[in-house]
Design a protein around this ligand. Structure first.
Ligand code: BGC
Length: 715
């Protein structure tokens, strides 16, 4: 995989390290600027240059602050954010994404992309849900592998983050996650493991939080036992920004680079080696980990920074990913795709029709070269074939709102420290002028395209949402609109679950179009107009109510210093299935303009052993009128098992493109070993023998075929 792992490279690493002074070595182990760590010039070792990550190459900052330099040459392509990519359910799209990111990183002279961000979406309110992929470990793993391979096959290093269990933003710098070994191994670690073992990720970023009492940046179980010893990680571990808490403990546990600054891994580290608290051999090992990455990634000449970064090819890439990510939630009476002859006047209502999402909140953001909004794309693609009447309807939640304490879902925010806390707002209401304009537009139109959802001030790093209610009183607005025009198609622009229980009955058709990158508007307009047939599937559950989701049901969130993960392995749909709670839209859900039938399931064998790969074949037919893609999903269910298992667990998926009237034989492969569970008493992976029901379907709650096999004993 890595040339850097060859014997020659190891020899080169030893030779280089032997020529360094202790000071030179320690100098490599902390930030030199905000986004670089030092090399050793006299030995020809270039510094490591990092870039955020994960959905576009970040603009250049001043060397020692978060302030942008304000260059005109550093704009980049805005890639669809994590949950959008995840909705493609496509490792191939993730690869393309990684490739595009790497090409832009290299053009800007960067070595390591701080991404992908692959934490599990545990709570619907999580501030960074939009950056992360999924509530499911397998889906997250496949996308992580695709992304990392795409990056590293194209000359940059990927840094998977945030290792591990950084599943909330509120209090992320203090919170101690209390998690069982089983939940950690089966739910939270698999994406990291796959990215390391299968894709050879070169970088790992330790998370801000504690896990079972120990900071991630000094957690020997995570950094040494699991990451290096079990998974064989050979690259470098860097801290999250200002997420280092000690010198000796962090150094001994396995942190390689403190980022940024040198509070712990500068003079203090040097002193600790000199006074014998840390053996120099540990320092050599860290230098080796960095050199292994440095030797795998060619330094890029400074002069190349002036080359244009965001190319038309990258625009095509993000268009392709975005158009595969859009999820059709509902389509009553086949209102979509739009029939412009039947609906010559369309009212487009909502701030999200004109809102851009490349930046906002704090943290990850892209100074993008361009971003097409839905309204721009609709106007351009519809031209004079229909009349579009735009009304803003509501004012999108803004940074000033956040700072002042604005309205988020009918709740006034305190504005304290960016934490979304507050109380119900008596007497707050919709802007009457905007409401009147929206109603006038809706009343005079044949149909309404309502743009609901969040924006990047609502979903942000550093703060979770205090609820999942649509911001800016959108629920009130759509109720009013429905009284004058019931023909509503709602586009939900969001990176995370929102409460759609008011919007849903008011809408005949609904789509999720995510924070979908530079080409978001074009992709959405093409889906609305039927040039692209939707094939996205939800990477997470949309609950009816926030309180239906596990951490809220168990009241373990909100929390401050401790976060007990009491739902254990029952995260996301695993929880809803276990407690038979009906979600509004289930995990894996996503409709098409066509229809698919599934029949004739067959397994390769009746009985499988640990080392076998189970195969399941069936016929998939496109029985509708459109050429379309279906993401078929395979879940396993273990009837009568002595070990506790979730009702359904995703174990395979595949996308299949079919012309109308055509069928294809689809084969899904599931290594029997992937059915192993973490046996806490033995501290290992164990295969539980017994009957396994393979459930094949179009979503976790739309199972079309079932077939049982027998698993024979472990090992
Ligand atoms: C975030 C990381 C990010 C880093 C550098 C941190 O606050 O958690 O994801 O890569 O800042 O910007």
């Amino acid at each position: 995989m890595l040339a850097a792992c060859s014997a020659d490279t190891e020899k080169q690493i030893q030779d280089l390290t032997a020529q360094m002074t202790l000071e030179e070595k320690v100098d490599m182990l902390h930030g030199q600027t905000m986004f670089t760590s030092a090399g050793v010039e006299r030995l020809g070792i270039a510094p490591v240059k990092y870039t955020d990550g994960p959905f576009g190459i970040r603009e250049e900052l001043e060397p020692h602050s978060w302030r942008p330099l304000g260059l005109t040459t550093d704009s980049a392509t805005f890639f669809p954010t994590g949950s959008a990519l995840a909705a493609t359910w496509s490792e191939e799209m993730a690869y393309l994404y990684g490739k595009g990111m790497a090409e832009e990183a290299r053009t800007r002279g960067k070595d390591m992309i701080l991404g992908p961000a692959i934490n599990i979406q545990r709570i619907p309110t999580g501030g960074r849900t939009y950056e992360y992929f999924s509530e499911d470990p397998l889906l997250s793993s496949r996308l992580a592998v695709g992304y990392v391979r795409g990056v590293q096959d194209n000359g940059a290093a990927a840094c998977i983050k945030h290792y591990a269990l950084n599943n909330q933003e509120n209090n992320r710098g203090m919170v101690d996650v209390i998690v069982s070994d089983r939940a950690m191994r089966e739910i939270y670690l698999p994406p990291f493991r796959a990215a390391v073992e299968e894709a050879g990720a070169l970088g790992v970023m330790s998370a801000y939080n504690k896990v079972n009492g120990t900071w991630c940046a000094e957690n020997e179980i995570l950094l040494d036992k699991i990451l290096r010893q079990e998974w064989g990680f050979r690259g470098m571990v860097i801290s999250d920004w200002y997420g280092t808490h000690s010198t000796v403990q962090a150094a001994l546990a396995g942190l390689d680079v403190e980022m940024p600054g040198n509070m712990f891994f500068g003079q203090a580290l040097l002193d600790s080696v000199r006074n014998g608290a840390i053996p120099e051999e540990i320092i050599d090992r860290k230098v080796g980990n960095i050199l292994r990455v440095r030797l795998a990634i060619d330094p890029v000449e400074e002069t190349s920074h002036v080359n244009p970064v965001s190319t038309p090819e990258h625009g095509q890439m993000v268009y392709q990913i975005a158009s595969r990510s859009i999820v059709l939630l509902k389509n009553e009476g086949s209102l979509l795709p739009l029939d412009l002859e039947k609906t010559p006047t369309i009212a487009v209502i909502g701030d999200n029709a004109i809102q851009k999402h490349a930046t906002g909140g704090i943290g990850a953001g892209v100074k993008t070269r361009y971003e097409i909004t839905p309204l721009e794309a609709l106007e351009q693609k519809i031209g004079d074939r229909a009349t579009l009447v735009y009304a803003r309807g509501y004012k999108g939640f803004s940074r000033q709102d956040r700072e002042r304490g604005g309205i988020l879902g009918g709740v006034v925010l305190s504005g304290a420290g960016g934490m979304l806390t507050g109380s119900a707002a008596p007497g707050t209401g919709l802007d009457q002028e905007m409401l009147a304009q929206a109603l006038e537009a809706a009343a005079g139109a044949d149909m309404v395209l309502f743009f609901a959802g969040n924006n990047r001030e609502v979903e942000t790093e550093g703060a979770d949402r205090m609820n999942i209610i649509l911001p800016s009183l959108q629920d009130q607005l759509i109720r009013e609109i429905a009284t004058v025009n019931p023909n509503i198609v709602t586009v939900v622009v969001t990176g995370a679950p929102v409460d759609l229980s008011t919007v849903e009955p008011c809408s005949k058709a609904m789509l999720v179009s995510w924070f979908n990158g530079s080409e978001a508007g074009n992709a959405l307009a093409d889906v609305l107009l039927g040039t692209v047939v939707p094939s996205g599937k939800l990477p997470f559950t949309f609950p009816v109510r926030l309180e239906d989701s596990p951490a809220y049901a168990l009241k373990t969130y909100p929390n401050f210093d401790k976060a007990p993960y009491s739902e254990d392995i029952y995260v996301g749909y695993r929880w809803f299935d276990a407690w038979k709670i009906e979600p509004l839209f289930p995990f894996g859900h996503g409709l098409s303009y066509t229809t698919f039938t599934y029949d004739s399931p067959r397994t390769g064998k009746e009985t499988y052993r640990t080392s076998d790969v189970m195969t399941v074949s069936f016929r998939l037919s496109n029985t509708g009128k459109y050429p379309a893609r279906e993401v078929v999903q395979l879940y396993v269910h273990r009837p009568g098992s002595n070990v506790e298992f979730p009702e359904n667990e995703l174990k395979a998926f595949k996308d299949v493109q079919l012309e109308p009237g055509k069928s294809a034989q689809v084969t899904l492969k599931v290594p029997a070993s992937s059915l192993m569970y973490w046996n806490t008493s033995k501290g290992n992976w164990t295969l539980e023998p017994g009957t396994v029901e393979l459930r094949i379907g179009s979503s976790s709650r739309d199972i079309r075929l079932k077939k049982s096999i027998t698993l024979r004993g472990s090992n």
